[in-house]
Design a binder for this molecule. Structure first.
Ligand code: IPE
Ligand code: IPE
Ligand code: MG
Length: 242
């Protein structure tokens, strides 16, 4: 156990909005893509740190359904980084007993990227440590609409009775089926919004925003967020008994 976290409850599921790569680069007079490259290094480090801390699920927002609006140059550079870091991630996952999963609508990516994603999931599926979830071409609204469409198809085919539509059965149609909801959401770079992230799953998640830009995120920053999480009083709509 890390010293700074002695007697602390480690959240089971931490969700991350890794924001600020562009601002990090701008501050240094570098192109935005250099910020993304440095951000990928920080993702690798964070996976290892989270695995060692005993976090069970780490879900990071890598590319949103809205990020396609960026310039062709930036989107292209991000795709190249995915290609490169997917290979490195496979090694890191194997070395750290990490299971990798992707959420989002992957069919919009080039074929080789889709194959890389499938391979990462396939070759790490039996690992028993941290589950590292990457949200790519992910949007909370898109996920909910895709789930509703699948459900409607099952009803049409007679596989599902609308009477059996419950919160739990609906959640089983989401990309995050079988995953617990996040306990803690960390957003870097100071923005106070969800940007279409895990809209269903964050219903009772504790929110933590830091001004730290993503490439500068570190073990100390993660510890600060976990310490803040430990000071929260989670009531889930109830009343806490004294
Ligand atoms: C987050 O950094 C990475 C992605 C959204 C892909 P940004 O690229 O959003 O960085 P800022 O917000 O412009 O600083
Ligand atoms: C959220 O960051 C998406 C990811 C981190 C992948 P954005 O930079 O896209 O969000 P906005 O535009 O500030 O809301
Ligand atoms: Mg941003």
């Amino acid at each position: 156990m890390e010293n700074n976290l002695e007697n602390m409850v480690i959240p089971q599921h931490v969700a991350l909005i890794l924001d600020g790569n562009g601002r990090w680069a701008k501050k240094r007079g570098l192109p935005r893509t250099m910020g993304h490259k440095e951000g990928c290094v920080t993702v690798e480090k964070t996976v290892e740190i989270a695995a060692r801390m005993g976090i069970r699920y780490l879900t990071v927002y890598g590319f949103s359904t809205e990020n396609w609006k960026r310039s062709a140059e930036e989107v292209g550079a991000l795709m190249q980084l995915f290609r490169f870091y997917m290979v490195r991630l496979l090694k890191i996952a194997k070395a750290n007993n990490v299971r990798v999963k992707m959420i989002g609508e992957r069919s919009r990516f080039d074929k080789d990227i889709v194959e890389g994603i499938n391979r990462l999931e396939r070759e790490t599926k039996d690992n028993t440590g941290l589950t590292f979830v990457i949200a790519v071409n992910y949007g909370g609204r898109d996920e909910i609409v895709r789930a509703a469409r699948k459900m409607a198809e099952d009803v049409k085919e007679g596989k599902l009775d609308p009477k059996d539509l419950t919160e739990a059965s609906f959640a089983s149609y989401l990309d995050t089926a079988d995953m617990p909801d996040p306990d803690l959401l960390i957003r870097t770079s100071g923005e106070l919004r969800l940007s279409n992230y895990l809209l269903w799953q964050l219903a009772y998640t504790e929110l933590y925003v830091t001004d730290c830009l993503w490439p500068d995120f570190s073990k100390e920053e993660l510890e600060k967020a976990i310490i803040a999480y430990n000071s929260r009083d989670r009531r889930f709509g109830g009343v806490k008994e004294k």
